[in-house]
Design a protein around this ligand. Structure first.
Ligand code: 3HC
Length: 282
């Protein structure tokens, strides 16, 4: 059983992972470089828990208890007691490599080092850690408190024991794991992101409006939200980063990012997090 986890990054994914672990009864240390980021993360956790209380999925007491289990800090040394560290920083290779190198010097023996990367090679990330057999991909889905899946990705070096412990942890926090071999975009994003990219090409070509493209996929295919609304939820910068990994990883033009996506990211239109993407968000 895992009792103590550390989550690096207090953004959308880090906060969602911290919340899910705390609700499951684990003690959580949430670490970020900036105090302001921690405060935003704690606020989003509070809002999300409140939503669950309003829908009677959680009691007010459970909310208070979950919040009390989360310690937010800018001090990396606080991760020392964790049995599992989950890196959930920005989807950027250099940032992730820097964090993994740093945390590897602080963890105790037996600690599992998981990364919530959306697409970066687990084998490559594990290679900078002195104990690469204890590194695994643990890919959560947005919004983390709601989505049931955790995709577990084994790098070339990941041991059977690390995989078994990660699997048990995912089940312990109420998620359903699937296991995937390391490969660009793993399984889910390899299928999902080209679909969203195709919707952006369709919009760019003037095939239909954003609303009609999204309604087409919602009403015709039973998707809970359309691909363009989903791009806004995921973040256009993250989507572009995943597509670039797929494009370079497979050397296959079918993964080329839509020029409109690149232009929107260049403009700072990143979706919900920036207030504007394919839709305007208040
Ligand atoms: N915290 C807590 N609860 C939340 C929440 C949050 N952040 N967001 C939504 N909810 C709850 C609501 O309270 C509601 O609860 P109920 O079922 O008891 O009524 C339920 O989820 C549905 O929410 P809403 O009624 O507000 O809105 P929707 O019906 O549109 O559902 C959604 C929201 C669950 C996000 C749904 O739109 C959905 O499933 N969208 C697709 C999400 C998806 O595909 N995510 C994966 C993205 S890919 C990814 O993350 C990988 C990355 O690497 C790119």
């Amino acid at each position: 059983m895992t009792n103590q986890v550390a989550v690096i990054g207090a953004g959308i994914m880090g906060a969602g992972i911290a919340q899910t672990c705390a609700v499951a009864g684990l003690r959580v240390t949430m670490i970020d470089v900036a105090q302001a980021a921690l405060e935003r993360g704690l606020l989003s956790i509070d809002n999300s828990l409140e939503r669950l209380v309003a829908r009677q999925k959680l009691t007010a007491v459970q909310k208070t208890e979950a919040l009390a289990r989360i310690q937010a800090t800018t001090d990396y040394a606080a991760l020392a007691g964790a049995q599992l560290v989950i890196e959930a920083a920005t989807e950027n290779l250099d940032v992730k490599l820097r964090i993994l190198r740093q945390l590897a010097t602080l963890v105790v023996k037996d600690t599992i080092i998981a990364t919530n990367t959306s697409s970066i090679s687990i084998t490559q990330l594990a290679a900078v850690v002195p104990v690469p057999e204890r590194v695994i991909g643990m890919h959560f889905f947005n919004p983390v408190p709601v989505m049931a899946l955790v995709e577990l990705i084994r790098g070339l070096q990941t041991s059977d024991e690390t995989h078994a412990r990660a699997l048990a942890f995912a089940q312990q926090i109420g998620k359903t794991p699937i296991s995937v071999r390391n490969s660009p975009g793993f399984a889910v994003n390899r299928i999902l992101c080209p679909m969203i990219n195709e919707a952006i090409f369709a919009l760019q070509e003037g095939l239909a409006t954003a609303e009609d493209i999204d309604n087409g996929m919602k009403l015709g295919c039973g998707h809970p939200i359309g691909p363009l609304a989903l791009a806004d939820l995921v973040g256009l910068d993250t989507l572009l980063a995943v597509l670039e990994v797929l494009y370079e990883g497979f050397n296959d033009p079918k993964y080329r990012p839509a020029p409109l996506l690149k232009e929107m990211v260049a403009a700072g239109y990143l979706g919900r997090k920036s207030g504007r993407g394919f839709y305007v968000h208040s």
